[in-house]
Write a protein that binds this ligand. Structure first.
Ligand code: ATP
Length: 218
């Protein structure tokens, strides 16, 4: 495996059920806006904060791998697939931190929707000891100014360059170009027998068709 260049490692967790151009465009924009060496898509096996997806984690990871083929800075991190029980980000970040050493900048990427639920995450207060948080600002979402999260955003506010200069502990907000695409919408289209073309890569659509995932319900 080639040596990782300098820069931070970003970890983009999600169910990716399925991965789509909203995720992929956000990831490209993050690579271009921030000093990142690599961005890892990390599919959750059993997401703790939502119902378990009916499509197997192996299939969701396979779709991520198809979608990112050819972009060398994107990686599919399959560690949560092999873990029994809920996929806690804090456990994954702890492993990633020990693999990458104490100096490398590591960032956990999340949307504003995920940020609002952060105080309910398992051992969430430890996350900033292990990684930075990169918040993807999306239209229609207002970042909290009060309460625990408002305080967190103020106390840990950082800039892009901090992500590689420091290993963890900063919160950086990155505004991304909106893509009005969601996996929920794609599943609904397919389940109703409509096309989801141009919302996600053709290779992923072919994988879905071959295995009749999200198939039309009679
Ligand atoms: P679902 O519709 O099933 O909730 P989703 O499309 O939101 O799925 P997830 O796998 O749940 O996808 O999302 C993982 C992360 O990607 C979340 O942090 C979410 O905020 C972000 N995300 C999802 N869709 C987009 C999009 N269109 N643009 C930018 N970020 C997105």
């Amino acid at each position: 495996m080639s040596e990782l260049p300098s820069g931070a490692v970003a970890v983009f967790g999600g169910t990716f059920n399925p991965i789509h151009f909203g995720h992929l465009r956000s990831a490209v924009e993050l690579l271009e806006a921030l000093p990142l060496a690599q961005l890892r898509f990390m599919p959750a096996s059993e997401p703790p904060h939502r119902e378990s997806p009916d499509v197997a984690a192996e299939d969701r990871a396979a779709m991520v791998e198809l979608a990112i083929a050819g972009e060398s800075r994107f990686v599919c991190d399959r560690r949560e697939l092999n873990r029994v029980g809920p996929s806690y980000s804090v456990d994954s970040l702890q492993e990633i931190r020990s693999e990458l050493g104490e100096q490398r900048g590591v960032c956990l990427v999340m949307g504003c929707d995920a940020l609002l639920g952060l105080p309910k995450w398992h051992r969430w207060e430890e996350l900033l000891n292990l990684a930075h948080l990169v918040i993807m600002a999306r239209p229609g979402w207002v970042l909290p100014v009060d309460g625990t999260l408002g305080e967190l955003l103020r106390d840990h506010a950082g800039r892009g360059e901090d992500l590689e200069g420091e290993p963890a502990g900063r919160v950086v907000t990155q505004t991304l170009r909106p893509q009005d695409i969601s996996a929920t919408n794609i599943r609904a289209l397919l389940q109703s027998g409509f096309s989801a073309r141009y919302l996600l890569p053709e290779s992923v659509l072919a994988y879905i068709a071959e295995r009749s995932l999200y198939a039309k319900q009679e």
